[in-house]
Design a protein around this ligand. Structure first.
Ligand code: F6R
Length: 245
């Protein structure tokens, strides 16, 4: 595991976009796993900038988003398809047919779809305040496959900031499973702000347990965690466990 602690959200986004951009330059037909939420928005802004100013091409890139709410269609402003169109896809030269989201119709074939194209080369992750990844909530077991899940009260409350009222937040979603995520060749997890300090602490300190879903990432052979100072606040004396840069 490699831990990169940077000064602020902007530096986190720039570094993350550079890693993604380098992967696309090395392998133009990259299979990218993508996340939504507040944290990656700036990373997507940097990728758009790299597309406009440096000619970074997404012509052959294929994307698989981590998750999608049930009961919101793609035109709903709170759907994750809408989010990705708004922040990235409409601003770069990606082909719409190359962008994939799990949904109620395809979730049982989403993993085989990913496998059949050679697997995810680079998976971008955020992390919930309860250490969820995708919508894999704290539970008694790690989920293996893309599946239909109930959102926890804490996630519904956390995500209600995007909706007019908390009652509008969908209670269920489709998410890649922990097993699906762990199969990615490379994982980059980003987190910013003090409200993520506990989640980052549990991720890095362990123990690996489904109560802290992200903790399983410690078993991944190519994991990079990029955080700002605020999210790293609880990481004292952890140098031995992580290669800190
Ligand atoms: C969304 C996703 C979630 C978010 C997490 C953090 O696709 O996978 O796990 O990454 O809820 O969200 P923000 O960045 O809004 O704090």
């Amino acid at each position: 595991m490699k831990l990169i602690i940077l000064n602020n959200e902007n530096e986190v986004a720039k570094k993350t976009a550079q890693i993604i951009g380098d992967k696309i330059k090395e392998k133009p037909r990259t299979n990218l796993g993508l996340a939504t939420g507040s944290t990656p928005i700036k990373t997507y802004e940097y990728l758009v900038k790299m597309h406009n100013e440096e000619g970074l091409s997404f012509k052959n890139v294929i994307t698989y988003n981590l998750d999608e709410y049930c009961s919101l269609d793609q035109y709903n402003i709170n759907s994750y398809r809408y989010f990705m169109n708004q922040h990235l896809f409409s601003k770069i030269n990606i082909k719409k047919d190359n962008t994939h989201f799990p949904d109620e119709d395809n979730f049982d074939v989403y993993d085989s779809l990913i496998n059949s194209c050679g697997g995810i080369d680079l998976q971008l992750l955020g992390i919930g305040v309860n250490a969820h990844i995708g919508f894999n909530e704290p539970s008694d077991a790690f989920s293996l496959y893309t599946s239909h899940v109930n959102l926890s009260e804490s996630t519904i409350k956390e995500n209600s900031r995007f909706f007019d009222t908390i009652d509008e937040v969908p209670k269920t979603a489709i998410t890649m499973g922990i097993g699906t995520i762990m199969k990615a060749k490379k994982i980059v997890l980003i987190a910013c702000g003090e409200k993520k300090e506990d989640a980052i602490f549990h991720l890095i300190k362990g123990p690996i347990m489904p109560k802290y879903p992200a903790s399983v990432l410690l078993l991944h052979p190519d994991l990079t965690i990029i955080v700002d100072n605020k999210a790293a606040r609880k990481l004292k004396n952890m140098e031995e466990k992580c290669k800190i840069t």
